[in-house]
Design a protein around this ligand. Structure first.
Ligand SMILES: N[C@@H](CCC(=O)N[C@@H](CS)C(=O)NCC(=O)O)C(=O)O
Length: 263
């Protein structure tokens, strides 16, 4: 069976989970232990990031490379159009989602970590010792301050950037079902996955604490301006995301993360 080496809280892994579910491919999630587990990935793929797909003895790193591999090896329900112009639009949009939207969303997450105790602990690895989690969730907002501000990631400027992104997407989706027309493509799955930190999807798709579902960047996740966008994403999840893949851990439970990693 296919194995997806991942962090449950990784938005690039979420993009791949959406694609695997859309294509109806069975897979096991292998939860990578930050630090030690990433060393294993490095040995297999020459890089340390998730997601990595393992298909028999082949390892593929990077969500875009994984999507391309899946369409080649499992051509049913393709996510990359064959028409050259549609393909070009799809790949450009996907790249924008990966390189712009995903990074803006990550900045949004950092900016609101200080404000939401649930967020502070939800994106820690599952095996983080409970005392560390409760210590972090108990830190008062005024002690943390605006975490991102000193490095130019103040909550207000990040919020405005994310609003720009969602306005562009909402304009495209105003009169069509998907970003390229009437069929879902890699562009849609990239955008849906990489907005995970802006608003965590509701439902049982993600093995994350219930308290953060539906939560996200304040002023964006709860703004009526983006209701249609979130309704679009909810429908994509309802139609295509499965969420029943089982999870294994890449190393023994006795091993502890050597770093706290959300990205
Ligand atoms: N371009 C990569 C980005 C993957 C990425 O940024 N992965 C993050 C998790 S969201 C990661 O593994 N971070 C850990 C690290 O960099 O050590 C993709 O599309 O898969």
């Amino acid at each position: 069976m296919l194995e997806l080496h991942q962090f449950e809280a990784s938005h690039y892994a979420e993009k791949v989970r959406l694609i695997l579910d859309y294509k109806g491919l069975a897979y096991t999630k292998v939860e990578v232990v930050p630090g030690i587990g990433q060393l294993e990935l490095f040995q297999k793929t020459g890089q340390r990031q998730v997601p990595v797909l393992k298909d028999e003895d082949i390892y593929i790193a990077d969500s875009t490379a994984i999507a391309e591999y899946l369409d080649r090896k499992y051509p049913e329900k393709p996510v990359i159009p064959t028409d050259p112009k549609q393909k070009a639009l799809c790949m450009i949009m996907e790249q924008w989602a990966d390189d712009v939207l995903g990074l803006d969303a990550r900045k949004g997450l950092i900016a609101c970590l200080s404000q939401n105790p649930n967020f502070r602990t939800a994106f820690l690895p599952a095996i983080t010792p409970p005392p560390v989690k409760s210590l972090l969730s108990g830190l008062p907002v005024n002690l943390l301050g605006n975490l991102g501000a000193p490095v130019g990631l103040g909550a207000d400027s990040v919020r405005e950037t994310i609003k720009h992104d969602l306005r562009y997407l909402s304009a495209i989706l105003a009169d069509q079902a998907y970003l390229l027309g009437d069929q879902p493509t890699l562009a849609d799955f990239a955008v849906a996955g990489l907005t995970m930190y802006i608003k965590v999807p509701m439902g049982s798709y993600l093995n994350l604490p219930e308290g953060i579902k539906g939560e996200g960047v304040p002023g964006v996740s709860d703004s009526p301006e983006f209701d249609a966008f979130w309704a679009w994403r909810d429908k994509l999840y309802a139609d295509f995301r499965d969420g029943t893949a089982t999870t294994a851990v890449s190393n023994s439970d006795s091993q502890r993360p050597t770093s706290i990693s959300i990205d």
